[in-house]
Design a protein around this ligand. Structure first.
Ligand SMILES: C[S@@+](CC[C@H](N)C(=O)[O-])C[C@H]1O[C@@H](n2cnc3c(N)ncnc32)[C@H](O)[C@@H]1O
Length: 282
């Protein structure tokens, strides 16, 4: 067992240490491509400078953290934290030798991240899974130095993200949909409401809270590839795995139809919408 596995955090991290982490890993190469423009927008807003100390919350496979490390090198540092053993191990494997970059298994919502240790906290979709968001953001804000800033991206509501819910809606005509999470339950859409995010960040002592919509067309690849993606990630992954063969085949056919309707000369394209959120300690 690796050191990371021995230290596995027995907490809300179950999803990312089990099915969630496995699904993310299975689709890692494609999510890195699909989410790259959103990461680019976040990195442009974050503007990490040479010599800065940066925390990447929920760093996943570590690719973005490695890009930030290149920006702060040679005297700066980046710490990528993630609650998932398998993702930290993958990040370590792929990017562990990157100068100025370290990875650590940690729950950013409650573990001590170092008081005033960072000039910048950034996260691409890694901050939406906290059991207690006000406490988690207070913990993260404590890790910022007094002049520090935070920049992250989260999804807008699911109606503005048909790339996730268009194919799923078609599938759920044929297989049972899971009970919908409450709007504030941890998950991809729990920070869709800027007022909620403003309250949480403000309560953590952060100021100058700003929201910038980052929207576009998700590049989902060829139809077969896109179908493999939407059937192994996101809202339909588990219901499809649980379904009987007949309904499963019907659901897949219905999803394919949606994807074909959005196929273009360069592959399937469907709309996404995120918030690029920034704030500062002072
Ligand atoms: C949607 S993935 C995003 C991964 C990566 N930031 C990216 O954009 O490729 C969410 C990540 O957040 C991590 N995560 C969830 N809750 C966390 C927590 N409380 N502390 C640290 N990481 C967490 C998950 O394990 C997962 O790697």
């Amino acid at each position: 067992m690796t050191e990371a596995a021995e230290n596995k955090i027995p907490y809300q991290s179950d999803y990312w240490n089990e099915a969630g982490g496995q699904r993310w890993l299975r689709n890692l190469e494609r999510v890195e491509v699909m989410l790259a423009p959103i990461g680019d927008a976040m990195l442009a807003r974050a503007a990490a400078k040479s010599g800065e100390s940066v925390l990447d919350v929920g760093c996943g496979g570590g690719k973005l953290a490695a890009r930030v490390a290149a920006s702060v090198a040679p005297r700066g540092s980046v710490l990528g934290v993630d609650v998932s053993v398998m993702l930290i191990e993958r990040a370590q494997r792929d990017y562990g030798a990157t100068p100025c970059l370290t990875f650590r298994l940690a729950d950013a919502g409650k573990d001590n991240l170092g008081s005033g240790a960072f000039d910048l906290v950034c996260s691409r979709f890694g901050i939406m899974f906290f059991a207690d968001p006000p406490a988690a953001f207070a913990n993260i804000a404590r890790a910022l130095n007094p002049a520090g800033r935070i920049v992250f991206v989260c999804w807008q509501d699911k109606e503005r993200n048909p790339w996730m819910y268009g194919p799923a809606g078609a599938a759920f005509e044929h297989i049972p949909a899971p009970p919908p999470p409450g709007p504030e339950d941890p998950g991809p859409f729990c920070f869709a409401d800027p007022e909620r995010v403003r309250r949480i960040l403000g309560g953590a002592g952060l100021r100058h809270i700003a929201f910038e919509p980052i929207t576009g067309l998700m590049q989902m690849g060829a139809v077969d590839d896109a179908l493999d993606f939407v059937s192994t990630m996101g809202p339909t992954a588990q219901p499809l795995a649980d379904a009987e063969p007949g309904p499963r085949a019907n659901a897949l056919a219905a999803m394919r139809k949606v994807l074909v309707a959005h196929d273009t000369a360069t592959g399937v394209q469907m709309h996404y919408a995120t918030w690029l959120v920034s704030a500062a300690r002072q």
